[in-house]
Write a new protein. Structure first.
Lengths: 217, 123
């Protein structure tokens, strides 16, 4: 049984890689999806191949890509918070967490998807994960939405074990590919890999989405 | 962006001596360098909209290029620059690797470069 879904990530494309299939499934069943994207990935390193943008133009391009991806996934409520890429961990964590808490109260999701703290690799991912978990921690057990944490550090399986939730998104894999492709400034290399090889890692990315529950105390 | 034409860059630098400028300076290996190769020591920096003035500004090298700006109380130095783009008073210099990934950047403008909320609003 699903319900309203709240997705919180720091960079345009984080949602497509980790959760596009899950988001599409929610929308197919008619549930509302709210996506809060904290930054525009302004500090991304890929400028296209061949190069088609600049550091100054990148936020505009990534904003359009994000809007396109949301259209592909059917997300009807996209919110861009205007923080700057790479700086999320230097914001006031308590303030950010309080903002997430108000957001959760407003959206009243059955499920929240974000990164899993400690296993999210990028400092912006970790900062987002910490603030989301902190906001959820404050909610009493019986009222807390389900949290699906995205973990992809190399230590993940060794330390957290197998994912607690695996969504088979094979039926949504074409749409997921389209969502990834919408973020073209960041995903061109990957998409070439998809076209050239039925590489196991890529197939896994397109067909299965893996999440961990967090042990709230 | 286009490949750096040193004469054009030098002309801009000469024209902006003793002019208050907002600069974005950056070096990066990408956020995933250490994730992709655990032995890689990742380092990077950026400063956005620092306000500077210089008395001497020069571009040197045969490509990739170096730019040095002699400031009132120090220096600004960037190496590895390959490409440029100019929009009026705004000059963007960037260094890209063979895969087109940004490695370094030096942007200069007479007014602050946009960020945060204004980037969200921008079309």
């Amino acid at each position: 049984m699903k319900g309203p879904l709240l997705v919180i990530f720091p960079h345009p494309d984080d949602e497509a890689f980790s959760s596009a299939g899950t988001i599409i499934q929610h929308r197919k069943e008619g549930w509302p999806v709210t996506y809060v994207c904290l930054t525009l990935g302004e500090m991304g390193r890929n400028m296209g191949s061949p190069i088609f943008t600049t550091r100054e133009e990148l936020p505009k391009i990534r904003k359009h890509e994000l809007e396109d991806a949301c259209e592909v996934m059917g997300i009807q409520d996209l919110r861009m918070w205007g923080l700057r890429d790479k700086t999320v961990e230097f914001e006031d964590e308590e303030e950010l967490s309080a903002r997430f808490r108000s957001l959760i109260d407003e959206v009243n999701p059955a499920t929240v998807i974000s990164f899993y703290p400690g296993y999210a690799v990028h400092p912006d991912h970790e900062a987002t994960a910490r603030a989301v978990v902190r906001a959820l921690q404050e909610i009493e057990d019986s009222k807390r939405p389900e949290f699906l944490g995205v973990a992809f550090d190399r230590r993940t399986e060794e330390e957290l074990g197998q994912p607690h939730v695996i969504h088979d998104v094979t039926a949504e894999s074409e749409q997921k590919k389209a969502a990834l492709f919408a973020h073209r400034s960041q995903t061109e290399g990957l998409l070439r890999a998809i076209d050239h090889a039925e590489n196991a890692h890529v197939m896994e990315l397109l067909q299965r989405e893996r999440f961990y529950h967090y042990p709230f105390s | 962006m286009k490949s750096i034409q040193p004469d054009k860059i030098q002309h801009y630098l000469d024209e902006h001596v003793a002019t208050p400028l907002y600069v974005h300076v950056e070096t990066t290996n990408g956020a995933y360098a250490t994730h992709n190769d655990p032995d890689f020591h990742n380092a990077g920096m950026f400063i956005r909209n620092a306000n500077i003035e210089y008395s001497i500004g020069q571009i040197k090298g045969e490509g990739p290029y170096r730019v040095g700006l002699k400031l009132d109380h120090g220096w600004l130095y960037v190496e590895g620059l390959t490409d440029f783009e100019q929009h009026g008073e705004q000059l963007l210099l960037a260094g890209h690797d063979r895969l087109g990934r940004l490695a370094c950047a030096l942007h200069m403008d007479i007014k602050p470069l946009p960020q945060g909320a204004s980037e969200v609003e921008s079309q």
